[in-house]
Design a protein around this ligand. Structure first.
Ligand code: NI
Ligand code: MN
Length: 226
């Protein structure tokens, strides 16, 4: 499984010959100006919730590449009404796609589109491609529900966790979340994009090291294979 960081909470995941774009917020992110949108060829677009910093480029990219949007029922309906291919799910549900199984898990946050349309409950996702189990927390607070993930679905190999505070959990809570999902390989997201979520990289890295955790604060555009 290859995971490329495209800024904020946006990731481009390649596995089983499929490209899955998560929470595309590229054209509106000054820090992601080096990302070449033309080079992205998503087969699927996975959305955690309806906030603009997660869905901004979803419609355009889905249209351009006939990508299927995977999200909760309300978000899937919103894009389905625009004529896009969608697969609606809801919290607790698992569905087998051609790249692996996707499970919707609890995220404590909110979810509304910029035009005021209700965006349903926010979700995190577990992607299990048969080799690696990836947990994408989405925008969320630390929640005890995270403990159910390893207990029921198995320990997580890689976890994408927000660390920026203010809108989501902070880095100390993220380290606790990593403990809850029994994962030592963490990719940080949802930091530095806006002034209230700026983090001190050294301080955050040091804290994770002290907890025996491996935190990647990736450069935008960087890819890592798991
Ligand atoms: Ni949000
Ligand atoms: Mn957000």
């Amino acid at each position: 499984m290859k995971i490329q960081f495209l800024g904020h909470a946006c990731f481009y995941i390649t596995t089983k010959g499929r490209n899955i774009l998560v929470d595309p917020f590229i054209s509106g992110n000054d820090q992601a100006s080096s990302v070449k949108m033309d080079e992205l060829k998503p087969d699927y677009i996975l959305l955690t919730h309806a906030h603009q910093d997660h869905v901004l480029d979803a419609e355009d990219l889905a249209k351009k590449h006939q990508a299927q949007i995977i999200s909760n029922h309300e978000i899937a309906t919103y894009y389905g009404d625009k004529g896009l291919d969608t697969h609606g799910m809801n919290t607790g549900g698992t569905y087998g796609f051609d790249f692996g199984k996707v499970t919707c898990v609890v995220a404590h946050h909110s979810s509304v589109f910029d035009d005021g349309t209700y965006g349903g409950n926010p979700n995190g996702y577990i992607i299990d491609d048969g080799q690696k189990r990836l947990y994408i927390a989405g925008d969320t607070a630390l929640t005890y529900d995270m403990k159910l993930i390893p207990e029921f679905y198995g320990a997580v190999d890689v976890a994408i966790l927000p660390v920026g505070d203010n809108f989501t959990m902070d880095y100390k809570a993220a380290a606790k979340a990593a403990d809850f999902v029994q994962c030592k390989e963490i990719i940080g997201c949802h930091y530095d994009t806006f002034p209230p979520i700026k983090i001190d990289h050294q301080q955050v890295q040091k804290y994770f090291e002290e907890q025996g955790l491996n935190l990647l604060l990736a450069d935008i555009g960087a890819t890592k294979e798991y």
